[in-house]
Ligand binder design. Structure first.
Ligand SMILES: Nc1ncnc2c1ncn2[C@@H]1O[C@H](COP(=O)(O)OP(=O)(O)OP(=O)(O)O)[C@@H](O)[C@H]1O
Length: 251
């Protein structure tokens, strides 16, 4: 259980040195449980490396990642995911031949195989839970449609639903609106805000309009360390942020 005021996620003097190049450099970061945090930063700032360190894909050279106060260094990527950290990659990774509902059922039964999911009888409570999730991600009416027939934005929402089906406490979401229409961008923003009522969420994003839609607290990464933190208005008006972004072509 949580101790009072415990952070869901923190890093202490985190450093990732790739052959003498510090992609993450003495990074101290924390977010409270229940928080929706957006991390922005110019190309090469270290955002992906930061997520790779949190999920255990790579191990830090020095420093530590704390999940609910616990140093997770000794855990594998798989174990960290089971501890309650779910990661959504930029491109959707849904099973195209399965329906939206089946994709969620598969995710909810994580670590079992596709056949088991297709032929196993789903209990009423499981089915109800998946039904609520389908509504949350706005795919209630498309539940029985093959994922291949969903739009890019719908696939993104389905994959966010698949993450949630695994009941993580912390969701890591990497550039969820890249390549989406304005309408889908807004849908994803609304979905993340809804999910933030019951999950801590860390979003990496380049799209500043989207950041403005969802962000309460923004962290700016630069050269592997925190350049500044604050509301979107505070960081956008910070001369240091303006300086590092000036002349930098963004994705
Ligand atoms: N395995 C690696 N070996 C050497 N250098 C690496 C490795 N992985 C990342 N880097 C370097 O670390 C820096 C940070 O990369 P990272 O991908 O974390 O940045 P980013 O903020 O996600 O960038 P972008 O916005 O372009 O995706 C870059 O200069 C990158 O070249």
């Amino acid at each position: 259980m949580y101790k009072a005021n415990e952070n869901i996620l923190a890093t202490e003097n985190l450093t990732m040195d790739f052959d003498g190049f510090k992609a993450i450099n003495n990074l101290n970061f924390s977010m409270a449980r229940g928080e929706l945090r957006v991390v922005i930063g110019p190309n090469g700032a270290g955002k992906t490396t930061f997520l790779d360190l949190i999920t255990g894909k790579i191990k830090p050279t020095t420093g530590q990642v704390l999940f609910k106060g616990q140093n997770i260094r000794r855990y594998s990527e798989e174990q960290i995911s089971r501890l309650g950290i779910g990661r959504k990659f930029q491109t959707p990774r849904v099973y195209l031949n399965l329906t939206a509902r089946e994709n969620l059922e598969l995710a909810a039964n994580l670590h079992k195989n596709v056949w088991g999911t297709l032929f196993k009888k789903v209990s009423k409570s499981e089915r109800d839970r998946i039904g609520v999730l389908l509504e949350t991600i706005g795919l209630g009416v498309k539940a029985e449609r093959a994922a291949a027939l969903l739009s890019h934005g719908e696939k993104q929402r389905l994959e966010i639903g698949m993450l949630v089906a695994q009941s993580p406490e912390l969701l890591l979401v990497d550039e969820p609106v890249a390549g989406l229409t304005d309408e889908e961008t807004e849908n994803i923003g609304n979905l993340l805000m809804t999910l933030s009522e019951s999950h801590a969420i860390l979003v990496i994003e380049h799209d500043m309009e989207f950041v403005r839609q969802i962000a309460r607290q923004v962290t700016v990464l630069h050269e592997g360390t925190v350049l500044c933190e604050g509301t979107i208005d505070e960081v956008q008006n910070d001369p240091r942020v303006i300086e590092v972004y000036l002349g930098q072509p963004q994705n």
